[in-house]
Design a protein around this ligand. Structure first.
Ligand SMILES: [Zn+2]
Length: 427
């Protein structure tokens, strides 16, 4: 995508979210009607609403929905969205690291993890020694402004039926009982869909203008069996049936044409097997890396050496060992000082990121030592430019052109606070 196309497409995707706020809050936000080629013109057609009083966006995430899964089995409901909406034809590009929490929060904030603070699923704040994990809901961890906060700050309602970060109280967003759920993976998908649909039965001044819907599949199965197992096919079919349930509920209420559905995934998945393992203890002839230095092993190797140990020396000695030809699969792991990471990762300018970061090639795993039992399964978290890490983007609703295909783009572009002059991201 060239720069102009990219800016205009970002505008289109943003519009689905911003128009919700702007039009609903009656902020001046004018669109010129009449264009049939919005990717070549800033004139954008937005279909008028027929029943809803305000635009409504339902943001759906299917965790670990690797690009291509939509072709594993008939997915008539997902394809109904594709056929009637706009699709990233070669998938949605995740941010690095291609993990669940960093990516969901990037989608919600429009920021890279370095800037929104959720730099990994598990990390330490070196200034306090506090540990972040997936149950950490203190606002200090969660930087930036997620879209649900933007919505409520405009005096409108938002609702989340799960989304990483949505339980966190920020500004006017307090995760109130009726509009926000504490994560509980055992709640049936049907209940999640039906709850979101019931919001549309509320009086229009109580109706959320932005809602999230989260499914933990097919990520769950992907970790267990990898991306090519029949269990994935079943999980994809089930997610598709939930999209069908959502569409039918919207149709029953006469608002399917008015509502905007954005369906995404957070990252892809690859199989990990075939003894593709790299052991930290194999580096002992060059340097002894203590387990206590390592926060996460794989696919993102994050190392914070003890105070007084030079990270540069650690990197040099690790690389000497890895490139010696004497460490199994040593060539598949590259270790960097964080400031030397390739710029494409946009990863480094945060104290929460460890001084040393290792990037392992697709399908390989890093471990301290030989495991007692070898396990095959699936993983994500690798280089975000890998095709296997891509997920899907489909936008369908009054703001999206029917049957339109767009090139792949990064998931930070779904949100659009880039129009904010305070934005620090680079394009
Ligand atoms: Zn995930």
């Amino acid at each position: 995508m060239n720069t102009k196309e990219k800016i205009i497409f970002v505008l289109l995707t943003c519009i689905a979210l911003v128009a919700t706020i702007a039009l609903a809050a009656t902020i001046s936000f004018t669109f010129s009607p009449g264009s049939t080629q919005p990717h070549r013109s800033l004139k954008i057609t937005i279909r008028p609403l027929s029943k809803l009083h305000r635009p409504v966006v339902i943001l759906v995430s299917s965790d670990g929905f690797r690009f291509g899964y939509q072709f594993k089995t008939p997915t008539p409901n997902i394809h109904r969205l594709i056929d009637n909406g706009t699709e990233a034809i070669t998938g949605l590009i995740p941010v690095f690291p291609t993990l669940t929490f960093p990516n969901h929060y990037s989608i919600a904030t429009g920021l890279y993890p370095t800037f929104h603070g959720i730099v990994n699923n598990d990390f330490i704040d070196p200034s306090t020694g506090d540990v972040f994990n997936q149950g950490s809901f203190e606002p200090k961890w969660w930087l930036g402004e997620p879209i649900w906060e933007t919505v409520v700050n405009q005096g409108l309602r938002a609702a989340t039926f799960f989304w990483p970060g949505s339980e966190v109280h920020k500004s006017s967003w307090t995760c109130s009982l009726n509009y926000c759920r504490q994560y509980n993976g055992s709640i049936p998908f049907e209940e999640r869909v039906d709850t979101v649909l019931q919001y549309l039965d509320l009086p229009h001044d109580e109706m959320p203008v932005f809602m999230t819907l989260y499914f933990g599949d097919p990520d769950r199965q992907g970790h267990q069996v990898g991306p090519d197992d029949p269990a994935i096919t079943e999980a994809v079919a089930r997610v598709d049936s939930m999209i069908g349930r959502l569409i039918q509920g919207l149709e029953k209420r006469g608002v399917f044409e008015d509502a905007t559905i954005i369906m995404v995934g957070d990252h892809g998945m690859v199989g990990t097997c075939d003894k593709k393992l790299i052991f930290i203890d194999d580096l002992a002839p060059w340097i002894q890396i203590l387990e206590t230095w390592i926060r996460t092993y794989s696919p993102l190797l994050s190392i914070r050496p003890l105070a007084g140990v030079s990270p540069s020396d650690v990197v040099a000695k690790m690389m000497e060992g890895l490139r010696s030809g004497k460490v199994d699969y040593g060539m598949k792991l590259t270790v960097y000082l964080k400031e030397d990471l390739p710029s494409q990762f946009h990863y480094g300018a945060s104290d929460r990121i460890t001084p040393i970061v290792g990037i392992v090639e697709e399908c390989y795993k890093v471990m301290q030592k030989t495991p007692i039992k070898e396990e095959c399964g699936g993983a994500h978290g690798y280089d975000n430019t890998l095709f296997s890490m891509r997920s899907i983007f489909i936008g369908r609703g009054p703001q999206f052109s029917k049957g339109r295909k767009v090139p792949s783009f990064e998931n930070i572009d779904i949100q659009c606070d880039y129009i904010d002059s305070k934005d620090t991201r680079s394009f």
